[in-house]
Ligand binder design. Sequence first.
Ligand code: T68
Length: 842
Amino acid sequence: SIEASIPEPQREAWIKHQVSGFKDKDGFEQEVVRHVETTLARSMFNCDESAAYSACSLAFRDRLILEWNRTQQRQTFADSKRLYYLSLEFLMGRALDNAMLNIGKKDVAKAGLAELGFRIEDVIEEEHDAALGNGGLGRLAACFLDSLASLNFPAWGYGLRYRYGIFKQEIIGGYQVEVPDYWLDFNPWEFPRHDVTVDIGFYGHVHKDMDESGKTVTHWEPREVVKAVAFDMPIPGYATPSTNNLRLWSSKAASGEFDFQKFNNGDYESSVADQQRAETISAVLYPNDNLERGKELRLKQQYFWVAASLYDIVRRFKKSRRAWKEFPEQVAVQLNDTHPTLAIVELQRILIDLEGLEWDEAWNIVVNTFGYTNHTVLPEALEKWSVSLFQHLLPRHLQIIYDINLFFLQSVERRFPNDRDLLRRVSIIEESQPKMVRMAFLAIVGSHKVNGVAELHSDLIKTTIFKDFVTVFGPDKFTNVTNGITPRRWLHQANPRLSELIASKTGGHDFLTDLTLLNKIELYVNDKEFRKQWAEIKHANKVRLAQHIKASTGVTVNPSALFDVQVKRIHEYKRQQLNIFGVIHRYLTLKAMTPEERQKQLPRVSIFGGKAAPGYWMAKQIIHLINNVGSVVNKDKDIGDLLKVIFVEDYNVSKAEMIIPASDISEHISTAGTEASGTSNMKFVLNGGLIIGTCDGANIEITREIGENNIFLFGNLAEDVEDLRHAHTYGSHTVDPDLAKVFEAIEKGMFGDTHDFAGMISAVRDHGDYYLISDDFRSYIETHALVDEAYRNQEEWITKCITSVARMGFFSSDRCINEYAEGIWNIEPLHADKSADGVRAD
Ligand code: T68
């Protein structure tokens, strides 16, 4: 057993004094008070909510860290294969509520905090979101960590510890203003590991030497060295003691606090500058989603993080003293998009330059280790780096990339002789001016599996951007793993009352670990009492959101109105502009009615939220238009409660937890073929909201699961998009007449600033309408009319909602992780009770 590894004379003392963390309410209170008085050095006389949050978090952290230690010991002892999930983004949100629920001690904390004079909801609200991500990609990584731990898989996440997460959004005068998100002031959830550091090199020269045996060895001599310091965050599984690790790297100067030489020479400024330059690497998250801008610092971030992570992984493997060829039997590495693709090159470099393996043997290990997930087909989001930047920053890696490409193209040439065009198309190096390294191609060549994130998306990558690679490698290298979401955060935590109602009908909370059990609630679809409670919960969630809207914007919204929600990053392909044009159309229609006609209309609240990348001018104009429309409509006496337009400031994970359960209908309306999957679509349906959407991403699979009567689909299909775009450019393109009236109203100045909105209009009218706003407008408006009609029949509406929730089992990230584990990673769970040391949950 593990205990046997402690020498006999000391073993007794260690075991006797083992800590276990609090057990019950009294124990919890004791820990909270102890942390207030000693850790925080405060007293009961000046313990405010913020201190209560800190102490409560520390009490839970103590428990987590004990299980974290045991889990790591167990995994080391079992020596089984581990998964490493490499992601530049982990959009974790708050940790306390999640820790309380996963450990199963929220009731204890609630009662304990009440006795100490605090409401648990207020204490939870004190926490700052961990916002180390942009949107779907980063949140997916966070859901995956929750599932990996909950399913007891031995797995680590590796990322960057940004000092500034995604910016905070303020709306001033209708415009987005970005405010830095400094989130590390007090973060009880991270453990600095000042003893776990790695030196990372950049720039410099490569030279070849001869070793003793006469073999040529390549040396890279970096010119700059930066230190990576590990910070660990425990990731608790739900209803299991398994607690995994998320390791985030922070950069600092390799020479210590100051370069003493320079300092003593009086060159204080330059010694501080060196330090700051090093710290810059992990300073800030790039705030672009689905866009790559090719900045040197971004490539530095990528290499810094990848090199530190691989050093760590390789070090851990070497402790087991296995042969190198066993590496892929011990290690699976998943690349979350192309951002960590350099890991492929770095592992090859370690194996050939540092460990002395032959190229082919090394490459075989590399390919069997990596899997690559693609998240987009948008051309502007595909990563490319100029060869000259590579040459400058990572000269040895560029050589290896050239060699990888050479051997790859040679193998293609052997199988497809005389097809020079094919070679040009699949080359990792794009022969453009300047020459570019195509990271997605490198990721495909260096991985054993490539997956898309929803069925349509996985089909699209095989027929469009990666078509030639299907020819070269055959279709089996490409697969689909449809995204999923964790029901712990996105149902149990975000919507506790709905979770309890479901539990009361499905025989407890097992549905949280086997989401297919939701199907049991379909039996109650006609149960009067169940339906009544269902409706009450939705209403209460809407009241809560209405209160937030009132407090943050001053606008009163009627909780009985239909809540229509679109919350996600602002992007032309996601088409918030289609939504706001539709809202304007509704407004114009209402204005044109007689008061009697108006009386018969269904009240609606259009709720928007989301950040625009700071440099994305069009996205910022969309935000501006939404806010201007709101300020006109919301105070129009003719309209009253019939239409309100709200922009929720600073949309983030914790706002999502409040907004999603309050939605009646949500919008997932990307131009067909552009949204790889979408994951909030799943969250909304799981919380008893219906969706209006295009035939895109996971909407298609949601429809298949819940039935087409329970979803409002509209618009052109992905297969027709290319032809439509072609027709816009080469044929005649007329704007839909109702949309033309919307444009007219905007251009007349009905919503102020006509100049600002000219670009949005001309994109549709004069510049080819790339996102098919006009083509889909009629269908969109008509489908919204169907939504109104359906909502009037509340009985049928509730039936649709209950039926949909009952059929959402497929979209758990647990299902998704099991598919990766079986089809790509080849890893097995490691259960606490089956392990050598017999650790058990209490
Ligand atoms: C999203 N991608 C997809 N990217 O858009 C979405 N990109 O359809 C999908 O559901 C989700 O990934 C999960 O698979 C992103 O969120 C980014 O945020 C991003 C960030 C940096 C660079 C490029």
